[in-house]
Design a protein around this ligand. Sequence first.
Ligand code: SF4
Length: 76
Amino acid sequence: MARVRVDKQICISCGVCWAMASEVFELDPSTGKSRVREPYRKVDSEKESVGEIPEELRSAVEGAANACPTGAIAVS
Ligand code: SF4
């Protein structure tokens, strides 16, 4: 398993992450920011969205993290 975190405070809603890794990221309609999708989402607040993803999705998520223009996505 890998942990993924979106910092909603620096997300600018560009949509790159949900375009590149739509299995994991989606638009949070209440904030307009990115969030981790169900069933991976563990924590979701105004500040952050945190989830746990299977290893097979790690490379897609790392690609989205590298492409995020504000560095809002962290994978560990
Ligand atoms: S790529 Fe980064 S800035 Fe763009 S929507 Fe995703 S988290 Fe937000």
